[in-house]
Ligand binder design. Sequence first.
Ligand code: ZN
Length: 78
Amino acid sequence: MGELTGRAAPLGISADLWDILACPCDAHGAVTPDEATGRIVCTVCGRSFPVRDGIPVMLLDEAILPPDGVQGDLLAGD
Ligand SMILES: [Zn+2]
């Protein structure tokens, strides 16, 4: 009865939650799901956060920084 509205739920996280998720970094960057690793990645600082039991763990203590400080893979196009 309307629970499936066609909105995607990447990583098992509801679209409503994605709407309010932001990185806890200084820039409060927008975050995007990384289906390959099952983690949430900040588009600004490149930190990635774990998801436990469908709950995003948006804590800097839990974040993994990208090797070079920039998420080159996500921006590499062409
Ligand atoms: Zn960030």
